[in-house]
Design a protein around this ligand. Structure first.
Ligand SMILES: Cc1ncc(C[n+]2csc(CCOP(=O)(O)OP(=O)(O)O)c2C)c(N)n1
Ligand SMILES: [Mg+2]
Length: 358
């Protein structure tokens, strides 16, 4: 005899289609024009910052940079659903989320310029720094969420990671214990279809990444990650449940990496340009703008004014970054060990000898 002992379906949500037409009832938050405009402004600012950061890398002013071009709705949508006391654990591609959280563009540039002080956020004090080792922050996120639970705090840990990260053990270990403990954790998979040069279909045979949540006994769903309203709605619901003791959730946001993996990459060597062009039709900024314009909530004058504001704000952040005094030579040895091991102590002495701070 064979019986079905478990079954599973993955839901996919979209509110605005690629032309900016609603295909579902708008959630309540989206009835407020100011909320939608704030989401739009944040995405545009993120895109402007991105373009400038790439230019700064090309001119040797910062190190390698990971652009979020085309994926702005993921970070902005998710972070806009968070409360200040929640904690964000991003990868390295979520500037949009960080800016919404109050991280400054100058701090971000310091980070990308190799200065640890960039991770010492003046606002969002409890947010974690960028995480470059893929997927490792999922375990940290579960730990943070467990701490909130044990302390009885109504806070949520929000972890944003890439599609490739869902192929890592850390991911499964993190969500597994999150499921066991039912901690207030929301894992967001920014599925931009690529892990450097490896396309999504070569990373996993799973039909969706959302269904990976099933292995941990937690709900998983998909949203159109180019639709900031759908992202925000899914994040609102997941955070609300987590905050109220109903456990963790995973959101797979389907988007596309329109740029190179980082400034150290040239995606044209492994990616078909026509396929990328086709994805530009789906991108999130124009989609929301179309909606706002059609509703009479945004016009050319507002667009021009906001672009001007962004240009000035980004330029000011760059000036502040470039004016920041270089970190002390000893700084590169700080923050990891409470007591420096002997081998590193010798390296510190050598570094200070050959590169004394002026
Ligand atoms: C533990 C670890 N292994 C390998 C790498 C090298 N690496 C950097 S980015 C990347 C791909 C990550 O892809 P994904 O998770 O989809 O994130 P995306 O860069 O697309 O946002 C890899 C393998 C790393 N940073 N950390
Ligand atoms: Mg990816």
């Amino acid at each position: 005899m064979v019986t079905t002992v478990a079954s599973y379906a993955t839901e996919y949500t979209q509110v605005l289609d690629p032309q900016g037409e609603p295909v579902a009832p708008l959630p309540e938050f989206a009835q407020a024009p100011e909320t939608l405009k704030a989401l739009y402004r944040a995405m545009v600012l993120t895109r402007q910052f991105d373009a400038k950061a790439i230019a700064l890398q090309r001119t040797g002013k910062i190190g390698t940079f990971a652009s979020s071009l085309g994926q702005e709705a993921v970070g902005v949508g998710v972070a806009s659903a968070m409360r200040p006391e929640d904690v964000l654990l991003p990868s390295y591609r979520e500037h949009g989320a960080q800016f919404v959280r109050g991280v400054t563009m100058t701090e971000s540039l310091l980070y990308w310029g190799g200065d640890e002080r960039g991770s010492n956020f003046a606002a969002a004090r409890h947010d974690f720094p960028n995480c470059v080792p893929i997927g490792t922050q999922v375990c940290h996120a579960t730990g943070a969420a467990r701490a909130f639970q044990l302390r009885g705090e109504a806070r949520v840990a929000v972890c944003i990671m890439g599609d490739g990260a869902t192929s890592k053990g850390d991911f499964y270990e993190g969500i597994n214990m999150a499921g066991v403990w039912q901690v207030p954790l929301v894992v967001v998979v920014n599925n931009n279809q690529w892990a450097i040069s490896l396309p999504r279909h070569r990373q996993t045979a799973a039909q969706t990444l959302a269904q990976k949540a099933l292995s941990a006994g937690i709900p998983g769903l998909q949203v159109d990650g180019n639709d900031v309203i759908a992202v925000r709605q899914a994040a609102d619901e997941a955070l609300d449940k987590a905050r109220n003791g109903h456990g963790p959730a995973l959101i797979e946001a389907i988007t596309y990496r329109l740029g190179d993996h980082t400034t150290a990459d040239d995606a044209s060597r492994y990616r078909d340009n026509d396929a990328v062009k086709a994805q530009w039709v789906l991108e999130p900024v124009v989609r929301l703008r179309n909606y706002l314009v059609k509703r009479g909530l945004w016009d050319a004058a507002q667009e021009e004014a906001w672009l001007k504001h962004c240009t000035q704000a980004v330029a000011q952040a760059v000036d502040d970054y470039l004016a920041a005094p270089a970190p002390e030579t000893a700084a590169m040895f700080e923050h990891l060990y409470a007591a420096l091991p002997d081998t590193l102590r010798a390296q510190l002495a050598s570094a200070q000898h050959f590169a004394p701070r002026s």
